[in-house]
Design a protein around this ligand. Sequence first.
Ligand code: MRU
Length: 346
Amino acid sequence: MLNSPIRSVEWNVDSIKLLDQRLLPSKTVFLTLTTIKDVWEAIFVLKVRGAPAIGITAAYGLALWAQQSEIQDYREFRLELEKQAAYLESSRPTAVNLFWAIKRILSSIESVEAVTTAKEVILNEAHLITKEDEDVCRSIGEYAVGLFNDEDTLLTHCNAGGIATARYGTALAPFYIAKERGINLKAYASETRPVLQGARLTAWELEQLGVDVTLITDNMVAHTIKSKGINAVIVGADRIAANGDTANKIGTYGLALIAHALEVPFYVAAPLSTIDLATATGEDIEIEERHADEVRTLNGQAVTTATMKVFNPAFDVTPSELITGIITEKGIITGDFKQKLANLFI
Ligand code: MRU
């Protein structure tokens, strides 16, 4: 996997080649998305997940629609593109990368005046978003690896790996860079109920990479940090508010509280495309709630009654006070997140 990583999203002539992340690790299936409806559904049902990968898929989704459009009039084309953009934005509310990538596509044709040019520009912009994400994730990994020593053990939650991005991942990026440099980083992955991104994706991805990875259930985190000499916790993010409050997979907040109580550093690794200065604090982040059956079942098997009342938030918000540092492609920031996050965009 090191030399030829699995790409979770790729443009393929006139369609999108998408890794069905719901089936991993038992099956590696690539889907062909041919309509914008396919793209909306793929994001909604988590065939593709992870903030940057969702953004990339949405960008290609708009390119797909644009290629297929038969509208000749540019103004009409632009209006319809905006409608399709709003449609894709309705697929998942929390990860800001979705909105960021869509905005980039719309902005890319601001000074365009012909439909044929617009179609070309949109596809090129989607390719650029993908290429940039790969470079950005590599840079995050290069900064992050400097925080750790050979033989350190890191605990991570959910999957902020290569398949959640164009390549390398965010929280998992230091593992890729460490491998290249002969540094031995070990990992604990928490399983991440209800959808098991930790067990199905992170543990699998790190095992493929040849990392010494150990899987635990979510309720084993405190005991594991305390008894297994965990040096740091590192997670990804779906949206970072202007003050540093961070939305990430449900369970991240609890993990941060535990890390704080046990005096273990807690790092968030995320690209600038995940930082949302227009959202003042975590209070303003919309938390997606998903279908009750995700909790009522496990691998298709009922774990409770079919009528059981369920609360199923997909994300939570970790207050910035619990975050030791935010690792971005422009470096690591600590302390006054509000000022330092704003400075990243100057
Ligand atoms: O519901 P998911 O699987 O899309 O949630 C993903 C996460 O919470 C990731 O940690 C986050 O998107 C960062 S991926 C680099």
